[in-house]
Write a protein that binds this ligand. Structure first.
Ligand SMILES: Nc1ncnc2c1ncn2[C@@H]1O[C@H](COP(=O)(O)OP(=O)(O)OP(=O)(O)O)[C@@H](O)[C@H]1O
Ligand code: SF4
Ligand SMILES: [Mg+2]
Length: 336
């Protein structure tokens, strides 16, 4: 059994302009100790997906369907109190894009880390303080004994992100959800933070869901990848397989738009057009308005996720029987 099993998750926002189908039937799994990348353009529904897992979607948003099984328990059935007390920040923790908004400017970083440790464990105040120093050391902050008593503004952007990661680690979570944690950082610092995620995984055996719009980042940290487009997972595979053998036309376009280290920048080939609104998404395949190989049926048939290789599925009707491609079967685990 996987650590996290998300099945047919739907999260809608009931706005005055209509129902935003932000997440519309998303399924994926994360095994213990592995990193799953959740990738897609802005507005694909990545953040709403991960917030839905932990009951963090606020009105007018609502999880309207699906299940989120974590370690054998359905989180969609848990009360807010249970989630706060037993899940968030202890079993599962979050690292967000902007460390400044997640840190409280009036408390020292040591205080903030120790507070979480005290809330979730039996540690005394002084044990929690020592644990804070240990954690700062673990995430590569030099002189942790001095730094522990400093305030967030005394840290650089990259160091603040390390503090957030230390906070996320403070209760030995089984799963860390990182939503674009390096987007606000410059490239060198980004690379260091990505290395840090690798080290953490090796040391703590934590599973990670890593949200990003950047497939280059994914290659650094992820074992498997789920590609999202307009509220749906359109392709899922181990990273190497996805990179070498992308099947969905959207993934193929995404990969073409990544600057690969072995290629020159002028090969950069951004995807044409923009993602349609999630209020009234295209019928059939949601990618069809931008798909270079769309056929008439794409407007009529909503493509299910079909197995196209080992642990690899893709939601494109070109892989249905009768379209002349290599005999895929309906993907069994995550239904369409
Ligand atoms: N509070 C809200 N009210 C209405 N619609 C919302 C709300 N929050 C998100 N949405 C909509 O849900 C959809 C998915 O948004 P989401 O933030 O998950 O995208 P994302 O993939 O995380 O994008 P980005 O890469 O920009 O962070 C978008 O169409 C967005 O406009
Ligand atoms: S189902 Fe049709 S529109 Fe969608 S990705 Fe496949 S070919 Fe393109
Ligand atoms: Mg987001």
């Amino acid at each position: 059994m996987s650590l996290l099993e998300v099945e047919n998750l739907r999260t809608y926002f009931y706005t005055e302009s209509g129902i935003v189908q932000a997440v519309d039937g998303v399924s994926f799994e994360v095994d213990r100790g592995e990193t799953l990348g959740l990738v897609g353009e802005s507005g694909a529904g990545k953040s709403v997906t991960v917030k839905s897992l932990l009951g963090l979607v606020n009105s007018p948003g609502k999880v309207v369907d699906g299940s989120v099984r974590f370690d054998g328990r359905d989180l969609t059935e848990c009360s807010e109190r249970e989630l706060r007390r037993e899940v968030r920040g202890s079993e599962i923790s979050f690292v967000f894009q902007d460390p400044m908004t997640a840190l409280n400017p009036v408390f020292t970083v040591g205080n903030q880390i120790a507070e979480i440790v005290e809330y979730h464990t039996d540690a005394t105040e002084s044990e929690a303080y020592d644990r804070a120093i240990e954690l700062l050391d673990d995430v590569g902050i030099p002189d942790p004994e001095q730094r522990v008593d400093q305030y967030p503004h005394e840290f650089s952007g990259g160091m603040r992100q390390r503090v957030l990661i230390a906070m996320a680690l403070s209760c030995n979570p089984k799963l860390i959800i990182a939503d674009e944690p390096t987007t606000a950082l410059d490239v060198t610092i980004q690379a260091q933070i990505l290395d840090l995620f690798d080290e953490i995984q090796a040391k703590y055996d934590t599973a990670i869901v890593y949200v990003t719009h950047d497939l280059g980042v994914v290659r650094e940290v992820c074992n498997r990848v789920a590609v999202m487009y307009l509220g749906k997972v359109v392709e899922h595979a181990p990273y190497e397989e996805l990179y070498r053998n992308p099947k969905h036309p959207y993934t193929q376009s995404l990969l073409r738009s990544v600057v690969r280290p072995d290629e020159r920048v002028d090969n950069l080939n951004p995807i044409e057009g923009t993602m349609p609104s999630a209020i009234d998404p295209p019928s059939g395949c949601r990618f069809r308005t931008r798909c270079p190989v769309a056929v008439d049926d794409c407007a009529r048939i909503e493509p299910p996720r079909l197995d196209v290789g080992p642990d690899h599925d893709s939601a494109c009707i070109l892989y249905e029987e009768g379209y002349g491609t290599d005999e895929p079967r309906l993907h069994q685990r995550g239904k369409p």
